[in-house]
Design a protein around this ligand. Sequence first.
Ligand code: AMP
Length: 214
Amino acid sequence: MIIFIYGLPGCGKGTQSLLLKERMSFIHLSTGDIIRDIIKNKKAGWEVLNEYSSSGSLVPDEIVNDLFMRAIDEKGYGHNYIIDGYPRTINQLKLIEKNLEDKKDIDILHIYLSCSEESIIRRITSRRTCMGCGTIYNINLDNDLEKCKLCGAQLYQRADDSYEVIKNRIDEYTNKTIPVILQLKSEGKLIEINGERKAEDIYVDIVNIIKGKR
Ligand code: AMP
């Protein structure tokens, strides 16, 4: 099974992906994480990726398509995947569809977490990530927490989680990713879930959808 999870930046895609990874052993593929890893470790091409991602702009399709295909080809298709942050443009969607064309035995789910722009801005500017294990916290709900409750490592704010960058990320989403969502919806392929609820409640919905598919 391959689940593609969609939604505004900060709508909870990462949290749901981690839950599916921990509790149901899904492989979590996040193009954002792949890009952040290249930048952090100054791997080939990191400067270009940094330029786009630090301003909240999408990385060009040909670069991100290549990164995505390499990541999935490395592991093969015989696993359960939760794919977060890809596809984000019509071109990326076309690549996915072409690659999955001959894999009719794989169940594909497109899940959309819907959230309003205001709640996203509130949520994202208070988001902190653990440097050690990647657990995501909301410091508004967690009394200005500074260290991870699970592993004790320092929490940090992602460089692209500031207000100005968020506005640009939302514009990119509106212009380039909404068309992907509308296309999937018009084809009857999109499953919409209200993302403005507790993570656990959203997770229960996702598990029920998975069970219904099996
Ligand atoms: P994310 O963590 O998914 O919000 O991604 C962080 C940043 O990485 C985005 O703002 C983009 O600059 C870049 N990025 C991640 N996934 C994609 C994608 N599918 N297409 C283009 N750029 C991407």
